[in-house]
Ligand binder design. Sequence first.
Ligand SMILES: [Zn+2]
Length: 66
Amino acid sequence: MLIGKTFGSLTVIEYTGEKRISNVSKHDTKHYLCLCECGNTIEVSKPSLEYKLVKNCGCKRFKKIN
Ligand SMILES: [Zn+2]
């Protein structure tokens, strides 16, 4: 259960069901609604959370080096 856990700036608040991510996976993936520390909510797939591909709602994007 991921609900209540934090990943970067995100806190998992709700399980939103299994959904397919086109071009990424051939299988349905569990998704969770997460609350960012800035107050926005974002739906994130479980692997994106576990592998820390998504750490916030987009409010803290890294600056491009080039
Ligand atoms: Zn945010």
